[in-house]
Design a protein around this ligand. Structure first.
Ligand code: NAD
Length: 487
């Protein structure tokens, strides 16, 4: 049994309690992890609060902050294999995905390293004589970053990178499911040379999360997770009036018109829903396919879904690994069952393979005659695709927007003018045209509606970790007149 500690004020400790984390490929515990109690949460926030005002960080030049972030990026790149191995072990995400994703995480830190000294203020052409007025961009303060278990290193990079670039300090709460990659990350961070307390990592579930997000010294909460948890966080943040950015779930439409390149669309749909075993916020989980090509498209998709290699997540040959938790599999089975009762037809999958661990077969459900099926409105966070056919562009738009979420979307068509109309019409934070599930540190990421608010990635994300200070400087040497001279 391996063991992992929390990281507070530049020191590693066991926390007020410990818990065991489960290997989803076997369903058995494999590591002991520190669990933060309220006193640990308070210590972490105190450390971040003190570090925020300490001259080592508060007076550090933005260029120097950028250099530290660049050093961190290099250390992450060097440690990528170890981090990937841990994320695979602890969450079941397959090694070919974690290896590629974590190597790319270093690029996010590089992007924000370069951005640190490009966060500029402004000079205002003010409407008053003898006045210089300018804006300083200053860090918002202590950031509470809360991440779910899937892709934690990636989802934390889009918070830690811009927050530190802007001069904030951070307390990150890793998920209670699969926390070890973040605790290992803390060891890497420790080598980068930041002042102590600038970044802290704790673990734990809802109790630790609630203590953190309602703490009086937290200025901003950057959250990724489900909408129900987000509601708790918004309520908790009423205690400290912290600002929030919320990256939540999705039920993203993947729209295929009859003129699409069918091979490309099928392949993009396969990775769009089955990659990461469907545990991706941007999963293209609603296939909207034009009725004229539905049968041909589904036949190809079914063949590919049934050929997917299910196996151990640490095997490079595996294409679909286990779900992270048993609860997700139970949710998937329940939603599929209720959808079939509502008139949906099972095209393939819906089974629990005869092996240990939390495996689930790639599943396709045709809901074309069951628009009220719960699988069309609920996020599975599993390898389950719900299909609906449409007749024309207007119906495609109507179906695409028939959701409370609004994170991502995909449009497959060769018709350029239609592509532009669809881009305008779809209510989502991302529209991918003739591609799917591509991300970059340079491009913002975020949603509408139940998918949350705020954007991560790109320049704007760094600006969102700053507040504008207006500075007024009078340039006249004349004395200020008595204001009551008219009296
Ligand atoms: P979750 O909401 O259950 O948990 C997320 C985090 O919130 C965990 O660290 C958890 O401990 C913490 N938490 C739980 N209760 C809390 C409380 N009361 N106060 C503060 N923190 C609390 O989500 P999950 O099941 O771990 O992850 C899956 C969800 O995350 C899905 O809905 C998925 O779509 C979403 N997600 C969104 C994105 C995105 O970028 N939009 C990316 C990945 C995942």
């Amino acid at each position: 049994m391996q063991s992992f500690q929390q990281y507070i004020n530049g020191a590693f400790s066991d926390g007020s309690a410990q818990f065991q984390t489960i290997d989803p490929a076997t369903g058995t515990p494999w590591a002991t992890v520190a669990e933060a109690g309220v006193e640990d949460v308070n210590a972490a926030v105190d450390a971040a609060h003190t570090a925020f005002f300490a001259p080592e960080w508060a007076l550090m030049t933005a260029t120097a902050r950028g250099k530290l972030l660049m050093r961190l990026a290099d250390l992450i790149a060097e440690s990528a294999p170890r981090l990937a191995e841990l994320e695979t072990r602890d969450t079941g995400k397959i090694i070919r995905e974690t290896s590629a994703q974590i190597a790319y995480v270093a690029e996010y830190y590089r992007y924000y390293a370069g951005l640190a000294d490009k966060i500029e203020g402004a000079h205002l052409p003010i409407d008053k004589p003898d006045m210089e007025v300018w804006l300083r961009r200053e860090p918002v303060g202590v950031v509470a970053a809360i991440v779910p278990w899937n892709s934690q290193l990636f989802l934390s990079a889009v918070k830690i990178g811009p927050a530190l670039a802007a001069g904030c300090t951070v307390v990150l709460k890793a998920s209670e499911e699969g926390p070890t990659p973040m605790l290992e990350f803390a060891k890497i961070f420790d080598q980068a040379g930041f002042p102590k307390g600038v970044f802290n990592v704790i673990t734990g579930g809802p109790a630790a999360g609630a203590a953190l997000t309602s703490h009086q010294n937290v200025d901003h909460v950057a959250f990724t997770g489900g909408p129900d948890t987000a509601r708790h966080i918004v309520r908790n943040s009423a205690d400290n009036l912290a600002s929030t950015s919320l990256e939540l779930g999705g039920k993203s439409p993947f729209i295929v018109f009859e003129d699409a390149d069918m091979e490309s669309a099928v392949n993009a749909q396969v990775s769009g829903i089955f990659a990461a075993t469907g545990q991706s916020c941007v999963a293209g989980s609603r296939l909207l396919v034009q009725a004229s090509i539905k049968d041909a498209f589904l036949a190809k998709l079914k063949a590919k879904a049934e050929a997917v290699v299910i196996g151990a997540p640490d095997d490079m040959a595996t294409e679909v690994g286990p779900l992270c938790t048993l609860r997700q599999r139970e949710t998937a089975l329940d939603l599929i069952d209720r959808s079939i009762k509502a008139g949906a037809k099972l095209v393939t999958g819906g089974e629990v393979p005869a092996r240990d661990g939390f495996y689930f077969t790639p599943t396709i459900i045709d809901c074309s005659d069951a628009h009220d099926a719960p699988s069309l409105s609920n996020e599975f966070f599993g390898p389950v695709l719900s299909v609906v056919s449409f007749e024309d562009e207007a119906e495609a738009v109507e179906l695409a927007n028939d959701t409370k979420f609004g994170l991502a979307s995909g449009v497959f068509t060769q018709n350029l003018t239609r592509a532009h109309r669809m881009i305008r019409a779809i209510r989502a934070g991302i529209v991918w045209v003739n591609t799917y599930r591509v991300v970059s540190p340079i491009a913002p990421f975020g949603g509408h509606g139940l998918s949350g608010h705020g954007r991560e990635g790109g320049l704007q994300a760094a600006l969102d970790y700053t507040k504008v200070k207006s500075v007024w400087l009078r340039t006249s040497d004349d004395p200020i007149p008595d204001p009551f001279v008219m009296r």
